[in-house]
Design a protein around this ligand. Structure first.
Ligand code: FAD
Length: 553
């Protein structure tokens, strides 16, 4: 749905200005007096190019002005920042509500990460009573498991940082920005759903919204309750073990039923299903193996590997805000960064770049397989941790690890096994100074590792191949051009960052169904169609729309 609005860009405020100033500026730009106006903030970005001056730049949309038409208002303004625009509102077709739906027709969703959650939420809002099977546990029990693992307890192969309610992002920074282009309002729908379920409305307009692991966990529980209230079912500790196929009259393979293992009893039961959304994330390696054996069409895809880098957050804040940091009136957000650098040290050009940066966060042991170790980043909504961390990674392609479907996954496993060995089960940590020299770290500088899970001083050159370590070294030195102090000797590297995106793509048609199995909808990050919480959620919405087509008259 489209709504005509007036857009005003480039509204400049200071960080300590109240939101009431925005309304004053809107009235001025539109030559308005005291008329009732309805407006929304569309975007807020921070301009720190003229430090110590920091400017908050707002874009707003005016939805209505009582007693005045937009045409008349626009006639009376010459402000080039004022334009007629359109607000796109995503509309879920709920005409299916109240329709009879047999047990066999109920859509099944495997995985309750962002993709599975948004597919389930919308199917439930449409009255289609989805059934979700998730191998991990519900959030409160999952938090106990993960905290136990970080304190030294045994890894649970089905309930960990990658698996369980909320998916891979539950123990994350909860960044909600996305680089996907979406013209139908689905991104706003996702963010609005987060707000409806308890997130701070600021996420609707700040440039890079984030909610932190603490708020995200509460939001997910609240969405789960809505799905259940709408007639959906969510089964935790329930793992998809196998898919039974049959040939339809045209000789095509289609889903007959699913074999689901109840992980609390160890018993496997068969669930007849016609439409199955496969939203299993990028770490379900055993499930990828099962799908490959079954002949579901997949290809190996590029991803990226490297390390997590930690600095004092103060260094990153200082770089972003300069002396403005010392202004007691400014409450500036904990600063983030994004850096990229072209390197040649490996003998060919390779981009090295930051990814999933977590201001004021922790580096977490995000492993999901025995004898292997992977790291990632997490922060709370306050982003108050002492260190900034970010993945610093290099893209790897089938040329680097092999052309077979599961070769990328095997490459990840190899790196993670090396990281586990090097850290003796703990997160291997090395100062950049020692990494540069190629020696094992035996002491730390001013930066202390801020980790969830134990760490051990190590040599990450024992973990990563030379073409990656040489690219990382050149890249990290290169980043110093943008952030002074980035390549300090005491900067920390933690490894291994290997779960940046899926190592496979499960091929699907434009209608969102698998290209060779009828009824199967590969979806989200694991299938290779999303990268991050918001884009995975959007992909879940699209899978829901594809299923709903069969129900809408
Ligand atoms: P997932 O979230 O991975 O969910 C898949 C679910 O399927 C899992 O819960 C899994 O248990 C379940 N599953 C797998 N196999 C089976 C099976 N056989 N049977 C039943 N269930 C199964 N992204 C951001 O945008 N912002 C961030 O700040 C951010 N930080 C991150 C921090 C960490 C520590 C991690 C690990 C990831 C982070 N990401 C972040 C990435 C983000 O979490 C993923 O992009 C997103 O979760 C992908 O969503 P998904 O639904 O496709 O898959």
């Amino acid at each position: 749905m489209e709504q005509e609005v007036i857009r005003i860009s480039n509204i400049k405020c200071k960080p300590n200005d109240g939101l009431d100033l925005i309304e004053k500026k809107i009235r001025k730009a539109l030559n308005l007096g005291k008329e009732d106006i309805k407006y929304e903030i569309l975007k807020r970005s921070i301009d720190s190019r003229h430090k110590p001056e920091i400017i908050y730049l707002y874009s707003v949309i005016v939805l209505s002005v009582k007693g005045k038409s937009f045409k008349d208002i626009l006639k009376r303004t010459r402000d080039k920042n004022v334009t007629l625009s359109k607000k796109i509102i995503y509309q879920l077709d709920t005409s299916t509500k109240g329709r009879e739906i047999s047990e066999e027709e109920r859509p099944v969703i495997i995985g309750f990460g962002p993709a599975g959650i948004f597919a389930a939420l919308n199917l439930s809002r449409m009255g289609l009573r989805p059934i979700v099977y998730e191998r991990g546990l519900e959030i409160s029990k999952r938090q106990e498991k993960v905290n136990g693992f970080w304190s030294g307890e045994k890894l649970d192969l089905n309930c960990n940082v990658q698996f369980g309610e909320g998916g891979a992002g539950t123990f994350s920074d909860g960044k909600l920005n996305s680089s996907i282009h979406e013209s139908t309002g689905r991104i706003s729908y996702v963010l609005n759903t987060f707000v409806e379920h308890g997130a701070n409305p600021e996420i609707l307009y700040v440039n890079k919204p984030h909610i932190g692991t603490d708020v995200l966990a509460k939001v997910i529980v609240s969405i789960r309750e809505e799905i259940k209230a709408n007639g959906g079912e969510i089964h935790f500790a329930s793992k998809l073990e196998a898919i039974n196929l049959k040939a339809n009259p045209s000789g095509e393979k289609e889903i007959d039923s699913l074999e689901i293992k109840d992980l609390t009893t160890g018993k496997i039961f068969t669930k007849t299903a016609r439409k199955v959304i496969l939203a299993i994330g990028h770490s379900a390696r055993d499930t990828f193996e099962m799908l490959d054996k079954l002949g579901i069409m997949m290809t190996a895809k590029p991803f990226a590997v490297g390390v997590r880098v930690e600095h004092k957050q103060e260094l990153i804040n200082r770089n972003a805000y300069g002396a403005a940091l010392d202004n007691p009136n400014y409450k500036l957000p904990t600063a983030d960064y994004k850096v990229t650098y072209k390197t040649h040290a490996s003998g060919e050009e390779r981009g090295v770049y930051s990814f999933c940066m977590c201001p004021g966060g922790y580096v977490v042991n995000a492993s999901s397989e025995e004898g292997e170790l992977a790291v990632n980043g997490m922060s709370y909504s306050s982003r108050a941790g002492e260190n900034a961390n970010s993945a610093i990674i290099v893209t790897v392609t089938p040329k680097d690890f092999g052309e077979n479907v599961l070769d990328g996954m095997k490459f990840q496993r190899k790196l993670e096994a090396a990281a586990y060995r090097e850290g003796e089960g703990k997160i291997p940590v090395q100062t950049f100074g020692d990494f540069d020299k190629g020696v094992k770290s035996t002491s730390l500088g001013k930066v202390s590792p801020n980790t969830k899970g134990d760490y051990k001083l190590s040599n990450l050159r024992e973990v990563l191949p030379e073409f990656i370590t040489s690219s990382l070294t050149e890249g990290i030195h290169g980043f110093d051009k943008f952030i002074k102090g980035y390549d300090n000797e005491e900067t920390l590297l933690l490894g291994v960052e290997s779960r940046t995106s899926s190592p496979v793509k499960i091929l699907r048609n434009d209608d969102y169904y698998s290209i060779n199995i009828k009824g199967l909808l590969p979806c989200g990050e694991g299938a290779g169609y999303a990268g991050g919480i918001t884009s995975a959620a959007v992909d879940g919405m699209k899978a829901c729309e594809a299923i709903a087509k069969g129900f809408i008259n």
